[in-house]
Ligand binder design. Structure first.
Ligand code: ASN
Ligand code: ZN
Length: 326
């Protein structure tokens, strides 16, 4: 069908025809369903359906618009994991999850739940827009991937790595989608305007730009909120992808420092994401901490590119750049 989204323009979304009506079930992507909670806070919600195969009008006031954005983001995330990493769905079993939109009243968040194999989006409040952007969808669905792979415990250093995994693949999905209305960036939630001043939720080049996230590892980082202890790993991903220093990507200016003052040479985000994905799915465990993430990613990079490769050197330098050393 045709989705008239709030954030990504006019797009194609997966639907199925049932009798004379269409349903927002993505038949090509594991029958991922998009449902309407209609301001409720529990239950499966009502599957979006209608007489035509056109969803939303680009405006938040239209009930179907959030559904179009959520269905599109879920489809992009499915396509990214399938086409880039050969992973068929969040569990790798070909089964789609589901998305619930219009959760509660003035709810300014989105979340993944293993119990329903579903993600849920609030409509925002005040200046904060609906949470249904591509990067937020990919962030939440990636919590499902983490839950079905490394199972990183959602507290302490492993919790920060869990959060960073969601931010890393949020960026990777957004870049991979290359939607002209939302080209890829190393910002999280920049479309939502969650603070009402135009700033994103998080920055990966220098996470401390948000005032709370950390740029580098320190003893005790496991004691802070997981959305802040994710900072060093997000920063590691940026450094490994793009390298240290100033750079503009898709029109967004970045400036990424290193904690040791030494430069890092970027290897490109595709290789960086591949290294993180393979580490997540073959090396990390529920209790992996920053030191363990370094060990795991170095093992993966060595297997992929060889011990004396430039890739292994950049992985090493990026960890040193966030104060995680040998
Ligand atoms: N949106 C938040 C997240 O995915 C919800 C939470 O705090 N878990 O990180
Ligand atoms: Zn998260």
């Amino acid at each position: 069908g045709t989705g008239n989204t709030q954030y990504s323009g006019q797009v194609t979304v997966g639907s199925v025809q049932s009798g004379g009506s269409f349903q927002l079930t993505d038949g090509g992507r594991g029958n991922h369903n998009t449902t309407n909670l209609n301001r409720g806070t529990s239950g499966t919600g009502t599957l979006f359906s209608g007489p035509d195969d056109i969803w939303g009008n680009g405006q938040a006031a239209n009930t179907e618009t959030a559904a179009a954005d959520a269905a599109y983001g879920a489809g992009l995330t499915w396509d990214y994991y399938k086409n880039v990493h050969g992973r068929s769905g969040i569990r790798g079993d070909g089964v789609g999850a589901s998305s619930r939109v219009h959760y509660g009243n003035n709810y300014v968040n989105a979340f993944w739940q293993d119990s329903c194999f579903c993600m849920t989006y609030g409509d925002g409040a005040g200046n904060a827009k609906p949470l249904t952007s591509i990067d937020v969808a990919a962030h939440e669905m990636t919590h499902g991937v983490t839950s079905n792979t490394a199972r990183l415990v959602y507290s302490g250093e492993s919790g920060g790595l869990n959060e960073a995994t969601s931010d890393i693949f949020a960026a990777a999905v957004e870049f991979h989608a290359a939607n002209p209305n939302d080209p890829g960036d190393y910002l999280v939630g920049e479309k939502i305007d969650i603070r009402g001043n135009g700033t994103p939720l998080r920055y990966m080049d220098r996470p401390s730009r948000d005032g709370s996230s950390k740029d580098a590892w320190y003893s005790g980082i496991g004691g802070i909120d997981v959305h802040y202890s994710s900072g060093p790993a997000n920063h590691w991903f940026y450094l490994l992808s793009e390298g240290s220093g100033a750079k503009t990507v898709n029109g967004v200016a970045y400036d990424s420092p290193t904690s040791d003052g030494l430069p890092v040479t970027g290897i490109g985000r595709e290789k960086a994401a591949l290294i993180w994905y393979k580490a997540l799915t073959t090396k990390f465990t529920s209790t992996t901490n920053y030191a363990g993430a370094r060990t795991g990613t170095l093992a993966v990079a060595t297997e992929l590119y060889g011990a004396t490769s430039p890739e292994v050197k950049s992985v090493t330098d990026a960890w040193a750049g966030i104060n995680v050393g040998a």
